[in-house]
Ligand binder design. Structure first.
Ligand SMILES: [Zn+2]
Length: 77
C-alpha cells in the first residue's frame, strides 16, 4: 500500500498549504471598482467621459478640463 500512503501524504501537505494560504490572506472585503460606469460624466465640449470627481461642473454641465469649460462658455456668448 505504498502508493496510497504517498497519495495521503501529498494530500495532507496540500491541505496544510491550502489552510496556510487561507490564513495568510485573511478575510478580505470585496474590492469595489475604483470608477463605476455610473460615476462618469460627459464633457459638454468634447464629449469625452471623465470620472465625476475629476470633472469640472458648471451648473448642469460637466467638463473634462477648465479649458473646455471656458471654451464652451465663450461659444455660448
Ligand atoms: Zn472636454
Amino acid at each position: 500500500m505504498f502508493g496510497l500512503r504517498i497519495l495521503l501524504f501529498f494530500a495532507g501537505i496540500a491541505l496544510v498549504v491550502w489552510i496556510l494560504v487561507r490564513l495568510a490572506r485573511g478575510p478580505r472585503p470585496p474590492q469595489r471598482p475604483r470608477v463605476k460606469s455610473g460615476d462618469t460624466v460627459k464633457c459638454a465640449r468634447c464629449g469625452v467621459y471623465v470620472p465625476r470627481e475629476e470633472a469640472l461642473r458648471d451648473g448642469e454641465r460637466y467638463y473634462c478640463s477648465d479649458k473646455h469649460r471656458l471654451e464652451d462658455q465663450g461659444g455660448r456668448q
